[in-house]
Design a protein around this ligand. Structure first.
Ligand code: ADP
Ligand code: NI
Length: 210
């Protein structure tokens, strides 16, 4: 099985914004960032880590250990064991929730992959993915009486059942200041402005001012 076949098969049924097109966009974004950050020689490892980053995530697969074993097997066909370990090191530590309790220091390559994944959580695509996730997880779209959580831990974030609009305050609007690379920061800034405009418009329409 090729890496592409494995990813497409694993993400086939996802309706929560973690489908194969997310994987493809993140790989493409990572390639752009890698070029701008002078990591051309690591393009293959970076793009592959970006492309496979969600296939061992509990949100997407029911048996994480089985998924890890399968990913290890498929990566080992094209990468040295050192590179396979590096790819695992990246994708096991990049998620927002894992970095709430403690901050992992990622390699340069990992920082690019993390930025690429974060960028795909922002902008028009980010908005669409967030509402898709909310729907797939039976979340209320918005309830003005439910306020965003201030103190987030990995546990409280993962078991959280708040509204989709709150997710903007609990994660999405914070990402810009958390970006690792300069080139990533620029894109995150533009996309965050767009999301703020969306929220302004949303509240106006909600309040019947438009
Ligand atoms: P990570 O993979 O970095 O831990 P998440 O799994 O939290 O990130 O989020 C991936 C994407 O899924 C988010 O960018 C968002 O679009 C969506 N998402 C995650 N949690 C929520 C939530 N509670 N409400 C709405 N969307 C969410
Ligand atoms: Ni992702």
């Amino acid at each position: 099985m090729t890496i592409q076949e494995f990813v497409e098969e694993t993400l086939r049924n996802d309706c929560s914004g973690h489908d194969k097109f997310h994987a493809e966009r993140v790989a493409k974004l990572a390639a752009q960032l890698a070029e701008q950050e002078g990591l051309e020689n690591e393009q293959n490892l970076i793009q592959t880590a970006a492309y496979v980053h969600d296939v061992i995530d509990i949100k997407v697969v029911s048996d994480v250990d089985e998924a890890k074993q399968a990913l290890n097997d498929v990566l080992s066909q094209s990468f040295t064991s050192e590179d396979v370990n590096h790819i695992f090191e990246i994708i096991e530590h990049l998620s927002y929730s894992k970095n709430l309790d403690q901050q992992y220091v990622l390699s340069k390559e990992g920082q690019v992959v993390q930025d690429a994944d974060r960028i795909d959580a922002l902008g028009a695509i980010g908005i669409a993915r967030t509402f898709a996730f909310g729907g797939a997880n039976q979340r209320t779209m918005y309830d003005p009486t439910i306020k965003p959580q201030k103190e987030l831990t990995q546990a409280s974030y993962q078991k959280y059942e708040g509204t989709t609009i709150n997710h903007f305050y609990e994660k999405l609007l914070k990402l810009e200041s958390m970006m690792n690379t300069q080139s990533g920061k620029r894109i995150a800034h533009e996309r965050t402005l767009y999301m703020r405009q969306f929220l302004d418009e949303f509240y106006k329409e909600w309040d019947g001012q438009k």
